[in-house]
Write a protein that binds this ligand. Structure first.
Ligand SMILES: Cc1cc2nc3c(=O)[nH]c(=O)nc-3n(C[C@H](O)[C@H](O)[C@H](O)COP(=O)(O)OP(=O)(O)OC[C@H]3O[C@@H](n4cnc5c(N)ncnc54)[C@H](O)[C@@H]3O)c2cc1C
Length: 332
């Protein structure tokens, strides 16, 4: 039987493992970090919001990424019924403080989101020009990652930090690169870059039943995401090419300012901070890389670079990996 090695145990590696396990493949996972670990700065999945907030796009462009989100959305719908997954259904509300034709006349999956509607002008906050609402999903990353681990019986998880993705061929015949950072032959993909993000986990005064996102005139985003246990995420910063995971008090000040300005009903005037989430969204110019490469060591399937959308694209991306794998194994 062909032995499959997945490198990486973030949401991408584990969702791929889940999918392949249920298709009957024998899998080994190698990873520097594992879901049972305490929070680790470079283990991005632990720091996510995490919610499904698709963006409207030109329907002709990024079609594949839209499919990834649509497939994941359907899976999250199912997971709300599964105890222990932490996935909850909420209303997604988006407010833009500027005009944007993409949101005024949305195309693609965004416009087909269940219960999608434009919010009438009279119901918009004073600073807002466009408002949309739809049904969506959010989850608690730590709980969700462990839920996935529990659903891949028989899979060996080995802690290992590889210098090169090719070192994984010691363990199997086909390697799937879910390292997030695009680990290659001892170097990283040149198109890869990090987007630092800082959010706060709060004990809210009142837990929202919605995710609410404000897109501000200066390009920044302010948002809240409820969690199943009654806590709430307040976000968030986005700093491309910033590799630091250190604390920055100015970011905290700005986050608390947005709380008082937009979300005081939920946060109260002095928000109670449980934890700072500072992580690096693992991005790639041109979008995620999900493709197979034939190498002298064997087939290498890449699945990384999901930036701020790793959870919301995970199930669709895992489907594509399964297709690539099927085609690779049929040639063996
Ligand atoms: C603040 C913040 C908020 C976010 N909010 C959302 C959200 O609301 N919705 C959403 O969909 N996404 C969100 N994201 C993005 C999401 O977290 C990422 O897209 C996703 O976690 C990427 O998953 P991954 O498995 O590719 O990477 P990771 O979780 O980083 O996993 C990579 C894996 O590869 C392993 N690895 C790396 N290098 C090596 C090596 N050399 N050898 C062995 N193993 C290695 C790591 O140990 C790890 O197990 C957010 C991110 C941040 C930082």
């Amino acid at each position: 039987m062909t032995r499959i090695v997945i490198v990486g145990a973030g949401v991408i590696g584990l969702t791929v493992a889940f999918k392949l396990c249920h298709l009957g493949y024998e899998i080994i996972i190698l990873s520097r970090d594992l879901p049972a670990d305490e929070l680790r700065p470079r283990y991005t999945s632990q720091w996510a919001g995490a919610h499904v907030r698709p963006a409207p796009v030109d329907a002709d462009k990024e079609e594949e990424f839209q499919t990834f989100i649509e497939k994941s959305y359907k899976e999250f719908q199912r997971l709300t019924m599964v105890p222990g997954s932490s996935v909850i259904k909420v209303e997604g509300v988006e407010y833009l403080e500027f005009d944007d034709p993409k949101y005024r006349n949305p195309k693609g999956f965004y416009s087909r989101l269940p219960n999608f509607r434009h919010i009438s002008k009279s119901d918009l906050p004073p600073s807002v020009v466009i408002g949309t609402a739809y049904d969506t999903y959010c989850l608690t990353p730590g709980v969700y990652l462990n839920y996935l681990v529990d659903r891949i019986p028989g899979t060996r998880l080995i802690r290992s930090t590889l210098k090169s993705i090719f070192d994984a061929y010691h363990y199997g015949d086909i390697v799937i690169n879910c390292t997030g950072n695009g680990l290659l032959d001892g170097r990283l993909d040149e198109k890869w870059f990090p987007i630092r993000g800082h959010t706060l986990l709060l004990n809210p005064q009142k837990t929202p039943m919605q995710t609410i996102t404000y897109q501000l005139k200066d390009g920044r985003w302010a948002f809240i995401i409820p969690r199943q246990n009654g806590t709430m995420i307040l976000g968030g910063t986005k700093s491309p090419y910033n590799y630091s995971t250190e604390m920055d008090d100015k970011e905290t000040e700005w986050l608390l300012e947005t709380a008082r300005k937009y979300f005081i009903e939920y946060t109260g005037p002095e928000p109670e901070i449980i934890r700072h989430n500072i992580g690096l969204r693992l991005a790639r110019e041109g979008g995620p890389r999900v493709e197979a490469e034939v190498t002298p060591k064997g087939t290498l399937i890449h699945c990384y670079g999901f930036a701020g959308s790793g959870f919301e694209m995970s199930w669709g991306a895992a489907d594509k990996v399964a297709d690539l794998l099927k085609s690779a194994t049929s040639k063996l």
